[in-house]
Design a protein around this ligand. Sequence first.
Ligand SMILES: [Zn+2]
Length: 281
Amino acid sequence: MPELPEVEITARLIGAAVVGAEIESALAPGINALKTFDPPLTALAGHRIERIGRRGKLFVIELDGDLAIEIHLMSAGRLQLFETPASLRDRTSRFLLRLTGGRELRLREFGTRQRAWVKVLRFADVDEEETIASLGPEAWPEPPSFADLLDQPRPLYALLRDQHVIAGVGRSWVDEILHAAMISPFKRGSDLDSDEADRLREETVCVLGGALTHYESTLSLPIPDKLPMPLTVHRRNGEPCPRCGDQLEAVFYEDYVMCYCPTCQTEGKLLKDRRLSRLLK
Ligand SMILES: [Zn+2]
């Protein structure tokens, strides 16, 4: 699942390769992938890519002539650059930008659900677009004080992933951040003392920045279908904690899993497994 570090590295690598490239044509083969109709897709032809930026977990491709393309990967999308146009049989294609010279920038989505989306906007309207306008401050590189930001009676596991509260963190990196800060995922934001709030902010910056540094030294184009994420806690339940060596535990939800170290984060307490408690009802 692409989160801030994965979107940032993709924007940097692909951005460096396509800046200045001219769009020959744009296609949206995905069902409902394109969420806007004005400006139309045909308006993109002939424009040049000036920059690929990131807002939270979204891409903003800036074009000359006051145009921009916003892309949300959702949970299973990838933005990739190919040297040749897509085969019609590539059923993962949701949105294609054909570049003069034969290269193609492609939004692909793996899995059965089609949820990734694209909006074509006037660049001047990007900040007012509803998803972007609703984003909280960026989680990296310099988020504001967490004491104020997270002062809500909701568990940190939910708060940190709420893009309206803070932008960029999802299910994978939240486990790593909370483990690094040695704080329980179920602790409420409003119950953080000022040391914990500072530590959590520091670890958020450090964990996301560390992931990005890792990608910068290990990744190059082409971006692989599955990014090798340097996770040490997420989905590692049953394995030893990288800090204390005790066993990492998990809470299972409908379609995802939250991992933590009881020794480092919950004073040894095992958090309730939602899946089991439902079965036992
Ligand atoms: Zn531990």
